[in-house]
Design a protein around this ligand. Structure first.
Ligand code: ADP
Ligand code: MG
Length: 370
């Protein structure tokens, strides 16, 4: 059913009862480390997902989203969740995960609206899951903390939707804010908020090349990491450090390169946290650059369009560093830029990108380029 541009009352014929919101995220450093039990360092972006909700007493769950095909609506019955391979699975995943935890989820109507672009590496999926879980927490007066909300969102995406993702995105959507970087140990979900430097700003540019996490390449990388960990005799690559460089180098290709990325990337997250604490933007920028090279050459999750964006950002003055952010195979880059310069750098990068026919980049964080 089409519900284009309609407010909650227009769609469902009654007022909103509760609201849930959650931001998208950009990962500063620590890519493909979360499902290896390692470290990550995301921050929240201004874009967010908003879920308006009101309970029903007939067990029906009706969901309208403004983000798919301009506005569309689907429904299912509480307790009868089944995977359909559609956006609705993200909603069904949350109600199923709550039920698995003993929560009696009733029927409800919900309207979803999001300013996080879908499938661009800024985690629209986790922001939807967390916003929805928060709306349900408010509606049902659930006593659940934000780490548990992240666990529920992760269960929804990993177990129900079937995307083999780690816990970074859901933790970021649930716990990050725009003024701090969220340093997470994904093995324990212990986290710490590290203030972002006042002298720098972030620029995020979308390549327009879209990815699909549930698709093959991401799964392949995850499986390669598991094989590398098994060959090294550890539960997860988190349990190996740079002192094991020789043993890593002796793994059969491409497991040697995959393991090297994860192990060096974990070390780079720790170094980035130290650089943030010391206010050392030059060092932080070097770590961004090194992370990109590692993702491009060792983990092989970049694409030529992303490499072009990274190179043209790095060629600009006042850029400390730039890298692919998110799972890869397309998506966005993040650059660390001297405060006040992101708009100029963004314009230059978008312009250079458009010199190749049929390519259009967009600034997602920083000043939009019209
Ligand atoms: P990312 O999280 O990087 O944006 P994903 O592929 O992980 O990309 O998640 C995108 C998917 O999440 C969409 O294809 C859709 O199924 C679902 N989704 C995200 N936001 C919304 C929304 N506002 N309304 C409906 N579905 C959404
Ligand atoms: Mg996602």
């Amino acid at each position: 059913m089409t519900v284009k541009g309609q407010c909650f009352e227009a769609v469902f014929g009654r007022p909103v009862k509760v609201l849930g919101e959650a931001p998208g995220r950009v990962n500063l450093i620590g890519e493909h480390t979360d499902y290896n039990g390692g470290y990550v360092l995301p921050t929240a972006i201004p874009q967010k997902t908003r879920v308006e909700m009101a309970p029903r007493d007939d067990g029906l769950i009706q969901i309208a989203t403004m983000s798919v095909r301009g506005g569309t609506q689907l429904s299912y019955r509480a307790g009868e969740e089944s995977r359909r391979g559609l956006w609705l699975d993200y909603v069904q995943g949350v109600t199923a995960a709550l039920r698995d935890r003993g929560v009696a989820v009733p029927g409800f109507d919900a309207r979803i609206e999001s300013t996080v672009p879908l499938g661009s590496g800024l985690s629209s999926s986790a922001s939807l899951l967390v916003a929805l879980a928060r709306a349900l927490r408010a509606m049902l007066d659930l006593v659940i903390d934000d780490v548990e909300i992240a666990r529920i969102a992760h269960a929804a995406e990993h177990d129900f939707v079937g995307a083999p993702v780690g816990t970074m995105d859901q933790m970021a959507a649930s716990l990050a804010d725009e003024n701090t970087a969220l340093f997470i140990d994904t093995r324990t979900l212990a986290f710490e908020r590290i203030p972002l430097p006042a002298e720098a700003e972030l620029l995020v540019v979308n390549s327009g090349v879209t990815h699909q996490h549930a698709s093959g390449d991401y799964k392949t990388r995850r499986a390669e990491c598991e094989r590398a960990a098994a060959a090294l005799g550890v539960p997860q690559l988190r349990d190996v450090d740079e002192a094991a460089a020789q043993r890593i180098a002796s793994l059969p290709a491409p497991l040697d390169r995959r393991a090297r990325h994860v192990v060096t990337e974990n070390a780079r997250v720790l170094a980035a946290v130290a650089a943030l604490r010391a206010g050392d933007l030059v060092r932080l920028g070097e770590l961004f650059d090194a992370s990109h090279r590692s993702m491009r050459d060792d983990f092989e999750v970049s694409v030529p369009e992303i490499d072009d964006l990274v190179e043209s950002a790095r060629a600009q003055p006042d850029v400390f560093g730039a890298r692919l952010t998110g799972g890869g195979f397309g998506g966005s880059i993040v650059a660390l830029v001297k405060r006040g310069c992101a708009a100029r750098v963004g314009r230059a990068v978008v312009e250079a990108y458009a010199r190749v026919p049929n390519r259009r980049a967009t600034v997602l964080v920083g000043e939009p380029v019209s």
